[in-house]
Design a protein around this ligand. Sequence first.
Ligand code: ACO
Length: 377
Amino acid sequence: MPHDFMLGLAGVPAAKSAVSDVDGQRGILEYRGIRVEELCGRSSFLETAWLLLFGRLPSQSELERFVRDVTLHRRIKYRIVELLKCLPEQGHPMDALQAGVAALGMYYPGRNVADADNNYWSAVRLIAKLPTIVAAYARLRRGDDALPPRDDLSFAENFLYMLTERVPDKALSRTLDVCLILHAEHTMNASTFAGIVTASTLADPYTVVASSIGALKGPLHGGANEEVVQMLREIGSPAQVTPYVQGALAAKRKIMGLGHRVYKVKDPRATVLQGLCEQVFRECGPSPLYAVAVEVERVSAELLAGKPIYPNVDFYSGIVYDKMGIEADCFTPIFAMARVAGWLAHWFEQLRENKLYRPDQIYEGEHNRPYVPLSQR
Ligand code: ACO
């Protein structure tokens, strides 16, 4: 097998899965067979999370129970808050989230992954507590107290409340909820793969999710949303877009938020997010970044003509969050708050037919080299 063929495992199936599917040629994403656009229009993040975890839409009573369970498990131990207080305030919130999630596992009995009931409660805790950790670190690092969650608020409302100390307008929290639906799952990407590799060792789910958070942080994966907004700010105005894109392509630099391993057309999530931008602008006023982004999309399509490189999910999401007043380095943690649903769905799947991941390699080093004593080197 030629070496190039395996680089990045491109095109190599790593698992069988019924969680989601992408048709990269037609730009279709389905969660458990349902188009993501339909879920964005009609579902909520928690209902979508249940769908991903259990493979079908919940009944009214199943949904009510899940929403109640998640709502009642949003609190985090004061010791986790103390841990977050000890982290450097200039550190990245993804690192704080990863540390917080790993620490959660020290408080909750998640080790026996053969116990389905225990696994349900681990999933509930993780979905419930990630937003609390993200909001707590965001506040603590600027000197504010962490706010306890409010049980009378919906999932998205409560997150924005814990972040800003204000109960958001319904339209804004619905927009965030739709963003969470869009980010909840995406087949065998790097962070999901990192998670199932860890899961295959029968590690506890907190460790599984901490592994996935680490993989999501990189700029080639979820970290791109933060870099897109930095890039748009650096470009500054639509007039500057052509020289910027020309310069980047000449220097072989990637345009952040464009391109995808699987999509060869515009990512359907980018299309929905572009629509959400318009909604947020109605609520919060227009964003100068949006006009720059639209021009980057246009100019890149022109200059990259012939290459299937179009906006991905990270291209417009940052503009939505930025307009909501969320700091750029919290964009990827918000991505993680949503994607935890998909990671856990794959974890459930992995446990059902587990086999330890232990791939092979193509050894390119030498053999039979002598050990040269230090004095002779
Ligand atoms: N800007 C400019 N050129 C690009 C871009 C881009 N964003 N993306 C791909 N290309 C070009 C590459 O330079 C390469 O060109 P070449 O064949 O002339 O050398 C070709 O397209 C293939 O690119 P690869 O990086 O090899 O393709 P891969 O499938 O590995 O890349 C990836 C996918 C990593 C997402 C890439 O498109 C990229 O780096 N994009 C920018 C980062 C980004 O937005 N990441 C978020 C992805 S979505 C997510 O993870 C949630």
